[in-house]
Design a protein around this ligand. Structure first.
Ligand code: PLP
Length: 412
């Protein structure tokens, strides 16, 4: 049972007949056409559909081959937007500590995961970092969740004032943090305050929905649930559902028009961008979401999964927090629920749980070093939207067996 879709990719399972048929039919018509010369019907239809479904005025789509390429495109487009406006002093992004935005040099540089960057530091630009929205670890005594969210959001304003707004291009964050911190859902009001600060200081808001987008959290775009709009959004993973490698960057009218009326073109590109097979596949993925009403189903089944996980692990001293939205859940592993003390990454609990789960016929996505690179573990769950109620029960049972077979035997 694949309960993580690889890395939150295979949102329609591994054998959807409609997706396979759409892919085959596209390849029968056209193998490849370079986007510098041609567009394709598939790419145009996907762009039309995705931008129509996107919130706000994200009316322009740019297709690439994965998440890192989408983030690279976003960073470059954001910089070019200010270059077109003559604001050349804007050079840096603000991101959050422990964040992950991809592995290419630009995306790696903007990420807040120090251990991933270490060997490559001389090759990476330096950016600015604020705290993630991680109440389980950082909420203070006596502080409400709302107050907590405002406090950490206000760190963005503090850093802008400290560094000067005219040196900053934008703020990049995952609306719901995925792999690096085990599904962190934002607290109420957090992203509204972030949007307000971006507007006040004229910096762009870039939302990285590579993992949490495309229905994963129960709405097509995760940030729909925050009541805000973004200037640029990146998606990938669920967009091709694993049948094809594809990512996309969506940009606002303001950004598109500024570049169009300025130099006239976005100075970027890749050989395989807007590939017809990948875009035809993604178009069919969106069609299947609609035909099978899978996104509301992901929301409903996800609530069920969350409730059952909480019940199943209610007596476990090792599961400190269970959090998530839609079909995107994280379980944070601790030595003791009351102290919240994490295990060091050297304990390799994540690897042992992964192996034990495989022994029970379950693929889940445990990770280590999730607090500061040296401590902390969590298990990420991202099952396909087609999962049935019975399969949710099976998932929870297998996971419980796997977790219990590793933790009590070694640490009690
Ligand atoms: N951004 C986020 C939030 C991700 O989770 C990932 C991959 O896990 C990426 C970007 C990079 O995507 P890719 O691995 O497709 O390059």
């Amino acid at each position: 049972m694949d309960a993580c879709g690889g890395a939150a990719v295979s949102c329609l399972g591994h054998n959807h007949p409609d997706i396979k048929a759409a892919l085959k039919s596209q390849v029968d018509q056209l193998s490849y056409a370079h986007s510098a010369f041609f567009t394709s019907q598939a790419a145009e239809q996907l762009a039309e559909k995705l931008t129509r479904l996107a919130p706000g005025n994200l009316n322009h789509a740019y297709f690439v081959s994965g998440g890192s390429e989408a983030v690279e495109s976003a960073l470059k487009l954001a910089r070019q937007y200010f270059v077109e406006k003559g604001e050349l002093s804007r050079k840096r992004f603000v991101a959050r500590r422990q964040s992950y935005h991809g592995n290419t040099l630009g995306a790696l540089a903007v990420g807040g995961n120090e251990w991933r960057k270490e060997p490559f530091t001389p090759l990476l630009m330096e950016h600015l970092y604020i705290s993630p929205c991680y109440p389980y670890r950082d909420q203070r005594d006596g502080e409400t969740l709302y107050e907590y969210g405002q406090r950490v959001a206000n760190e963005l304003e503090e850093i802008i004032l400290q560094e000067g707004a005219d040196s900053i291009i934008g703020f990049i964050a995952e609306p719901v943090v995925g792999a690096t911190s085990g599904v962190l859902t934002p607290v109420d009001g957090y992203f509204k305050r972030i949007r307000e600060i971006c507007d006040q200081y004229g910096i762009l808001l870039i939302l990285d929905e590579v993992m949490c987008g495309m229905g994963r959290t129960g709405t097509l775009f995760a940030h729909e649930q925050e009541g805000i709009t973004a200037d640029i959004v990146t998606v990938a993973k669920g967009l091709g559902a694993g049948y094809q490698p594809i990512g996309a960057m969506l940009a606002s009218d303001e950004i598109y028009n500024t570049v169009s009326e300025g130099s006239g073109f976005f100075q970027h590109g890749h050989t395989y961008m807007a590939h017809s097979a990948a875009t035809a596949t993604a178009l069919e993925v969106l069609n299947v979401f609609e035909r099978e009403r899978l996104i509301p189903k992901a929301w409903a089944t996800g609530n069920d999964l969350g409730r059952k996980l909480k019940e199943a692990f209610s007596d476990s001293p090792f599961i400190g927090d269970i959090r998530g939205r839609g079909l995107f859940w994280g379980l944070e592993i601790v030595q003791d629920r009351t102290t919240k003390a994490p295990f060091p990454v050297t304990s390799a609990i994540h690897k042992k749980i992964k192996q034990a789960a495989m022994g029970h016929g379950l693929m889940c996505y445990p990770m280590g070093g999730t607090i500061d690179g040296k401590n902390g573990h969590h298990i990420l769950l991202a099952p396909p939207y087609i999962i049935s109620a019975e399969q949710v029960d099976e998932l929870v049972l297998k996971l419980k067996k796997a977790v219990n077979s590793v933790l009590p035997s070694e640490y009690t």
